[in-house]
Write a protein that binds this ligand. Sequence first.
Ligand code: DGT
Ligand code: CA
Ligand code: CA
Ligand code: ZN
Length: 589
Amino acid sequence: MASTNQELARIFSEMAAALELTGANPFRAVSNNRVARELRDLTEDVGALVAEDPETAVARLTALPGIGKGSAQKIVEYVQTGGIDEHRKLMAKVPRGLFEVLEIPGIGPKAAKAMWEQLGIESVADLKARLDDPALAALPRMGKKTVENIRRAILFSEKTAARVPLGKALPLAIALRDELAALPGVRRLEYAGSLRRGCETIGDLDFVAACDDPEGVRRRFTEHPSVTQVLAHGDTKCSVRLESEGVAIQADLRLVPEAVYGAALLYFTGSKEHNVRLRERAIKRGLRLNEYGLFRGSEERPQEQGKKPLAAATEEEIYAALDLPWIPPELREDRGELDRPPPRLIEVGDVKAELHAHTTASDGRMSIAELAACARERGFHTVAVTDHSPSQVIANGLSPERLLDHLAAVRAANDEVRDVTILAGSEVDVLPDGRLDYDDELLRRLDLVVASPHAALRQSPAEATARLLKAIAHPRVHVIGHPTGRIVGRREGLAPDMAALFAAAAEHDVALEVNANWLRLDLRDVHVRGALDHGCKIAIDTDAHRPEHFDLLIYGVLTARRGGLEAASCINAWPAEKLHAWLAAKRDA
Ligand code: DGT
Ligand code: CA
Ligand code: CA
Ligand code: ZN
């Protein structure tokens, strides 16, 4: 919960590791780890607790099962002085890099200690350099096979230093899920975790399954062609590393009885913070919630006492027993989702228009007719041609003359088709000072203006705010495209005063885009929430340059769902008449 707790948890974990590496009494390491775990799960902020009254805080902390007087006093010391003396002393004894060595799967404290003391290995880089040294394999409990596993683990961690983007993780997980779900005897099987919540990046994949033949599913999972290493192969949990089409990611599979599938799915979907809220709510009702179900009473592990849960088979019945409606996974982030009825979130099937797409006139690969065919295939009533403006030189942006010709071509193509309306629009650059890249006379001739920032994405927040406010206030602008210009995990983009943008967009009746390309997801989830709180309209567009880009829609929809978007606030989900009337009103104003 509060970051002081997490920071302290990290410090106690570090002390535990350092104690092990220096060969201290093992019980001291164990007890520090227990404190770390307590702190991680604690819902009260220890910072506030200590600030209020240190003595009460010590009493409160020592009442917790894993925290003794000494540890409680260290917690107070940290809050009052910003550090813990013992931690500083321990850290001075152990090289920093050894903690990273400990992170490598398969290397425990004893092994790391031996590498350090006997071979002088102080970092992952040192270890990498010694992988072929027979002295490494000759260390106690090491051996050639372990060294090979370490080598693979190091290579893998280099590949997965970054989290995997949603757009790479989802297709992989869907393929694996569908393959496993088709095995005989599988009753329920779904991906859970951050992926089910639609997060923009994914740490690892989590699957939950209930089946009659667990061994068959376990085998297919651990022997899957994309598996490069099996990390765990137990009765109820298997972990593997997968590599497929340039994606490297860990995947966990949990096998549970069908009767508790809902409880397991709920638990492993998370988020952790949402789960904490649910458990608190259960406790207030004299109940206990864990991955085996919702139980009466307050015992630690009621399932081990042979107790029958009140609810466990489905998520719906667990929420219902907590007097809650089922909450869509995308909202399970402890952002107030328990305190208001969940909205009817937008779905891919609600989207009936693509309002940001490129043709061969600028940097797209589709003709106008091909673009229209893609829209028709998806049952859309409208598609907008929005090629780039002149400033986008590399993207072959259209000069005013070329734009006029292009508009005529789009209108001619529109006259040829019956079932889809092809709108003549433009993706106009918002120049660094907020002016648009075409003059007002030309903009007036367009059915739709998407105004997007592409260059000067490192300007100051104040400049970015002024720039985007100016574009929003322009009377011809319908949509602000990818408002910040960020690229997930690679480019931060603009950092304008978002609340000011939302207020202005609501005032000027300008829609803000969720660009569905998984590299962008811009607006991001929390921005969507902020925009909706201000009464803004949202557009979800794929920014298609090729036919297959229409399939990116799901990522924009997931992001918008995380922000709480309902179909009514999404202009792409409006009926044709409503959308066309809204667009025309700006042009005719
Ligand atoms: P990721 O993998 O980093 O993208 O994020 P998640 O949310 O998938 O996290 P992960 O894979 O560590 O765990 C999956 C879910 O399992 C998580 O969202 C909630 C649940 N979970 C895991 N560990 C804990 C825990 O220590 N406490 C609680 N309450 N829930 C946990
Ligand atoms: Ca995960
Ligand atoms: Ca996991
Ligand atoms: Zn574009």
